[in-house]
Design a protein around this ligand. Sequence first.
Ligand code: 4GS
Length: 238
Amino acid sequence: MIIDIITIFPEMFTSFLSTSIVKRAIELEQITVNLHQLRDYSHNKHRNIDDTPYGGGVGMLMTFPPIYDAIMSLKKENTKVIYLSPQGPILNQGMAFDLAKNEHLILLCGHYEGVDNRVLELVDYEISIGDYILTGGELPVMILIDVLARLVPGVILEESVVEDSLTDGLLKYPQYTKPRSYKGYDVPDVLLSGHHEEIAKWRKKMSLITTYEKRPDLLEKKDLTEEELLIVKSVKEK
Ligand code: 4GS
């Protein structure tokens, strides 16, 4: 996957792109990330990319021409353009799986009070990372790249993605590591039993219970089987 980022603060990405799994994804050439300074596309000698809104009002807007020129110079046949903004649907793991199938993304980082609305005509997806207001779109773009990098085949073990929280719309079951007992805090016996079928059953049950207790909203969006409904019902009754 090729990712072109349009930003007025390319330096913000330096440590993010050179650390941990994202760094490895780039080294393995599973993703290629190119940074583009929006000011390089400015139409004036001061390299401005913002102006006051028509009709009046507070603050500044990012102007249309530099963004148009940047997107058009980078866009290819198979490109999707994404604008990270609080006005889009909120990113979730299901959307991330779909976006990870793309060959080429252009990610636009917003600033100020937003963009001239004509920019939205060039955008395929407007996506938010959550219902709060940030100072710029760089962190949302890093979050999206982080989410996508681990879904591109070959970056992390496929089993890890399958086992992730939210891959099946449920939270993950509780996990434990050594020691089996510390100051009276014990690991559940079933995990030490070596009985793989029992362990799988317990994990499935605990995944449902954990989701019911911590994120009941996720269960409402999911079609549960008869067996799963019974498990949830038995927790509700307690
Ligand atoms: C988000 C968000 C955001 C909005 C950028 C105000 C600067 C800011 N972008 N998800 N202008 N939440 N962007 O807050 O994506």
